[in-house]
Ligand binder design. Structure first.
Ligand SMILES: Nc1ncnc2c1ncn2[C@@H]1O[C@H](COP(=O)(O)OP(=O)(O)OP(=O)(O)O)[C@@H](O)[C@H]1O
Length: 266
């Protein structure tokens, strides 16, 4: 299990540039995620937020720039290597539709298994013990994310909000030091959104990890984030606390006044 007594390493994004044919989706973007903080990436549609997440999780290779987690250089590593180094992510759309909550969380534990395939298949004592430990930890994570009562239920029978939280819990099962949450409340009703905010607060306090968040719900960003980086047309146009960013003239211009309306609606 991950040692929770040490602070997570700093995630540093430096001068990252991504181009798609003639379009510069990210233009020398830099920001640093303070260990243990919640860092939001915001910006209007097409600003480059998803591209940035794809770089952080290894799905997109930048043309220039670096991504470092503590001493480790993550730039251009394959997604599974980045996950193994402690960066886990969720996706905007739910990918989980099969199996029970326990099955899905155990999939998240798979990458941490030390016993080989043969030992697991033969159910050797060491493999059985390891399996039990992983199941115990999966249950703890289900409790932390408010899914304990559904642990043995099929995911397909859960509400939309609970299924989104299964994705979240599965990412946590990797014992990450940095969790990337891609629009964690998209499509949720007000009660589900409030519950998700609560769960992010709990997880961060209990596990001490850093969270990077892409989210269109400005009310949620303002409630959750310690720091905010604002992108527009692939460039970083502002950075600071939620209060600093919400009054920044360039941010207001980029959102053409829609930021305030979205927050009121949240
Ligand atoms: N695979 C791709 N090929 C070509 N262009 C792409 C690709 N992925 C993204 N883009 C373009 O890069 C720019 C940034 O897109 P991105 O999806 O990162 O923005 P975003 O801020 O996440 O937007 P949204 O809030 O709408 O999800 C956009 O102009 C988009 O059309």
């Amino acid at each position: 299990m991950t040692d929770r007594t040490t602070a997570p390493p700093e995630l540093a994004v430096t001068d990252v540039t991504v181009r798609f044919a003639g379009l510069t989706a990210l233009d020398a973007v830099s920001f640093t995620v303070t260990p243990g903080s919640v860092h939001a990436l915001i910006g209007p549609n097409g600003a480059g937020k998803s591209t940035c997440f794809n770089v952080l999780s290894g799905l997109c290779r930048p043309a220039a720039g670096t991504v470092r987690l503590g001493d480790a250089d993550l730039t251009r590593l394959a997604p599974h290597r980045i996950a193994a180094l402690g960066v886990a992510r969720t996706f905007q759309n739910i990918v989980t539709t099969q199996g029970t909550v326990a099955d899905n969380l155990m999939l998240g534990r798979h990458a941490l298994s030390r016993s080989g395939f043969a030992a697991s298949a033969l159910r050797l004592p060491q493999a059985r013990r390891e399996q039990r430990e992983h199941l115990d930890r999966a249950r703890e994570i289900a409790e932390l994310t408010g899914l304990a009562q559904h642990f043995d239920h099929p995911v397909a029978l859960l509400s939309y909000g609970d299924r989104k939280r299964v994705e979240f819990a599965r990412a946590l099962c990797l014992e990450p030091s940095v969790l990337l949450l891609d629009e964690p409340v998209a499509g949720m009703n007000a009660a589900e959104r409030a519950r998700t905010v609560e769960v992010v607060h709990t997880v961060r306090a209990e596990l001490g990890l850093s969270v990077v968040l892409v989210e269109h719900d400005m009310g949620l960003v303002m409630r959750l984030a310690d720091e905010v980086t604002v992108l527009d047309f692939g460039r970083r146009i502002a950075h600071g606390t939620p209060d600093e960013v919400r009054s920044d003239p360039e941010v207001l211009r980029a959102y053409l006044g829609t930021g305030a309306e979205q927050e009121d609606a949240a």
